[in-house]
Design a protein around this ligand. Sequence first.
Ligand code: FES
Length: 99
Amino acid sequence: MASRITKNVERSESLTMTVNGRTVTAYAGETIATVLFAEGMTAFYKTAKHQLRGPFCNMGTCFECQVKLLDANGSSSGWVRACMVPVEDDMVVTTADAQ
Ligand code: FES
């Protein structure tokens, strides 16, 4: 369930993306991290020692917010910093919850 402020807020164009196999609504201009936070997610990836990690700096320097971005075929197109990548329509993301 999304936890966005809705009262007296005008949003940009709505987009649809998939997070861990679930369709979620995002808005143009938001980062992947923003959408995941709005969906109540805080653990974005796991370290090699299976420690959960989530955003810390929110400005691209700590690499604690990595998520796996999948291409249209479901193959991994790599890890990205969720705080630095703007959402796009039909984007597919996997977080630690699905790994
Ligand atoms: S939160 Fe630090 S790089 Fe994204």
